[in-house]
Design a protein around this ligand. Structure first.
Ligand SMILES: Cc1cc2nc3c(=O)[nH]c(=O)nc-3n(C[C@H](O)[C@H](O)[C@H](O)COP(=O)(O)OP(=O)(O)OC[C@H]3O[C@@H](n4cnc5c(N)ncnc54)[C@H](O)[C@@H]3O)c2cc1C
Length: 465
C-alpha cells in the first residue's frame, strides 16, 4: 500500500454545502462575455451547455471553460455530485492506476481506447495532487481519498470556478430542441441557448439520488440508437425457495472464483463481449465470458460482495453462474489425502479448509448423513463428487437487486453513434454524450470514474479545437 499527499490545499472545502448559486461569479473576476448568463427567464447564449453536474459533467465544463469557451452547467439536484459523495464508501475510489480498455464492457470494446489513452489515471492523479488531496492505494491499483470523497467534489468545483462556468442548479430541463446554430433548452430557469450540448446525466443507478434516463431519452429523440440499459455492479437474488437452505449463511464471506455461463438460457450478447477476467477463466474448455477472483458475501436474499458485483455486469437474465468456492485448493485431493486412518468427522476436516459455518451447512445439504459421517467411512467417489460441487457450484439467479442497489447502469447510448475522439453524435452535429450515459461500463475498482474523466476531457478538448 502506498500513501502520498500533494502540496498544500487548493482552497476551502465547498462540497457538502448547498449547490452554488445560479450564475455564481467565477473566481478571478474579469468581465463576462456579452450574452452569458442572465437573470431567470432571459435567453442566454453559451458556447456549451452541459446537462448533469456529476463526475463527467463537471470535468467537461471545467476543461471546456479553461480553454476559453463560455459554459453553463445545469443539474436538477439539490446537492452537488451525490454519486461522488457516496462513492467508495465515502472515500471515492477515483481511479484505478492499472486502467486499460480490457476492464470495460461495451458492444464495441475498442471505443474507450482513444479517450483512455489521451487522459489516463496518472493525468487525473496529477490533478488530485495539484489540489493537495491526500490519497492511498488499496489493493489492485484502486486509488482512494484518505479522508473524504468531498475533496474530489471540492476539486471539480474549484476547477469549474477557475473556468468561469455559469451554474443553473437546481434546474430542470423540460425540452431540448435544435435551434439555429445550436440547441435551445427550456428549463425551470428559463430558456438557455448554446452552440454545443453535452449530455452528462449519467445512468439510472440509485434513482433515490435523482438518477434518470434523461440522456437516453434525448438520444432517442435525436434518432440515436441505445443499447438496452440494465443494472450492473449489483447484487444477484434468487428464488426464495431455492435460496432457503443458504439463507442461514447470511454474513459468511470468502474468496471465490466466479464466472458467468453465457448462453445457459439467456441472451448472452453482452457476455459474449466480455473478456476472461481472473484466475480460473477458461478452465472448462469452452471459456466463460468472464471470471473474477474476488470476495463473495452470502446474504438473506442471495449473493453480494465484489465477486457478484463484478459478474453481474456480464450476467443476463436466465443465465447460470458458476462459483469455485475453494479457488487454489484441490478439495478432493486434500480430503482423500487426509482419509487413511482418519477418525475425524468429514465436517471437521472440511472446516479446516473452509469457513466452519459453510462446511456445516454445505454438508447438511448433501444426500446421506454427510454432516455426521466420519471421513474414513465416506466412499472416494462421494468425496470427489462433493469436491466437484464445491469447485463448480452452478446456480441460476432469478434477477438482480435492481437500480436501487446497483452501482452503475450497463448499456446506454450506442457507441456506433458516437465519435470516439470527441464523443460527438455522428449524425447530430454539436450533440455530445459523456460518462455513464454511454455504452461503456467499467469493472468495480475505480474504472467508472476514470471513464467519466477521460470521456469528458476528450469531449471538452475536441470542442475547444
Ligand atoms: C454507491 C455507489 C458507489 C460508487 N463508487 C464508485 C467508486 O468508488 N469508483 C468508481 O469509479 N465508480 C463508482 N461508482 C460509479 C460512479 O459513481 C459513476 O459511474 C459516475 O458517477 C458516473 O459519472 P457521470 O458523470 O456519468 O454521472 P453522475 O456522476 O451520476 O452525474 C450525473 C448528474 O446528472 C444529474 N442528472 C440526472 N438526470 C438529470 C436530469 N434529468 N436533469 C438534470 N440533471 C440530471 C444528476 O443529478 C447528477 O448530478 C459508484 C456508484 C454508486 C451508486
Amino acid at each position: 500500500m502506498s500513501r502520498r499527499s500533494g502540496p498544500g490545499s487548493a482552497g476551502a472545502p465547498l462540497g457538502g454545502r448547498p449547490p452554488p448559486p445560479r450564475d455564481a461569479e467565477p473566481r478571478g473576476g474579469g468581465p463576462r462575455p456579452a450574452g452569458e448568463g442572465g437573470p431567470r427567464g432571459k435567453r442566454a447564449g453559451f458556447d456549451v451547455a452541459v446537462i448533469g453536474a456529476g463526475a463527467a459533467g463537471m470535468m467537461a465544463a471545467a476543461v471546456a471553460g479553461q480553454r476559453g469557451l463560455r459554459v453553463v452547467l445545469i443539474d436538477h439536484a439539490e446537492r452537488l455530485a451525490e454519486k461522488i459523495r457516496i462513492s467508495g464508501g465515502g472515500r471515492c475510489n477515483f481511479t484505478n492506476i492499472g486502467t486499460t480498455p480490457a476492464q470495460f464492457i461495451s458492444r464495441n470494446p475498442h471505443f474507450c481506447r482513444s479517450a483512455l489513452s489521451a487522459y489516463g489515471p496518472r493525468d487525473f492523479l496529477e490533478l488530485v495532487e495539484r489540489h493537495g488531496i491526500r490519497w492511498h492505494e488499496k489493493h489492485r491499483g484502486q486509488l482512494f481519498c484518505d479522508d473524504s470523497s468531498e475533496r474530489i467534489i471540492d476539486m471539480l468545483r474549484a476547477e469549474c470556478d477557475d473556468a468561469r462556468v455559469a451554474w443553473r442548479m437546481p434546474c430542470s430541463v423540460h425540452t431540448v430542441e435544435r435551434a439555429e446554430g445550436g440547441f435551445r433548452l427550456s428549463t425551470s430557469d428559463g430558456g438557455i441557448e448554446a452552440r454545443h450540448l453535452i449530455l452528462a446525466t449519467g445512468g439510472m443507478a440509485i434513482p433515490q439520488l435523482g438518477a434518470t434516463d434523461f440522456a437516453l431519452r434525448i438520444a432517442r429523440q435525436f434518432g440515436l440508437r441505445v443499447v438496452e440499459p440494465r443494472p450492473a455492479l449489483v447484487p444477484l437474488v434468487f428464488d426464495a425457495a431455492q435460496w432457503a437452505p443458504f439463507a442461514e449463511l447470511s454474513g459468511v464471506a470468502l474468496e471465490v472464483v466466479l464466472s458467468n455461463v453465457p448462453g445457459a438460457g439467456g441472451g448472452g450478447e453482452a457476455a459474449a463481449q466480455g473478456r476472461p477476467g481472473g484466475r480460473g477463466a477458461g478452465r472448462k474448455g469452452a471459456a466463460p465470458a468472464a471470471a473474477f477472483l474476488e470476495d463473495l458475501l452470502f446474504t438473506h436474499r442471495g449473493l453480494s460482495g465484489p465477486a457478484i458485483l463484478q459478474i453481474s455486469s456480464y450476467w443476463n437474465p436466465g443465465e447460470a453462474i458458476e462459483i469455485d468456492l475453494a479457488p487454489g485448493k484441490d478439495i478432493a485431493a486434500e480430503l482423500l489425502a487426509a482419509k487413511p486412518g482418519s477418525r475425524q468427522q468429514l465436517a471437521t476436516v472440511l472446516a479446516g479448509l473452509w469457513p466452519r459455518r459453510l462446511a456445516d451447512q454445505w454438508l447438511a445439504q448433501e444426500q446421506g448423513d454427510m454432516a455426521s459421517a466420519r471421513l474414513a467411512d465416506v466412499a472416494d467417489r462421494r468425496v470427489r463428487a462433493l469436491a466437484e460441487r464445491i469447485h463448480r457450484w452452478r446456480l441460476t439467479p432469478s434477477g438482480t437487486a435492481g437500480y436501487r442497489k446497483a452501482e452503475v447502469m450497463r448499456g446506454g447510448v450506442d457507441t456506433d453513434e458516437l465519435d470516439q475522439r470527441s464523443m460527438q453524435a455522428r449524425r447530430v452535429e454539436g450533440l455530445y454524450f459523456v460518462g455513464e450515459a454511454v455504452d461503456v461500463t467499467g469493472w468495480l475498482g475505480g474504472y467508472n470514474f476514470q471513464w467519466a474523466w477521460a470521456s469528458a476531457v476528450a469531449c471538452a478538448r475536441a470542442l475547444a479545437q
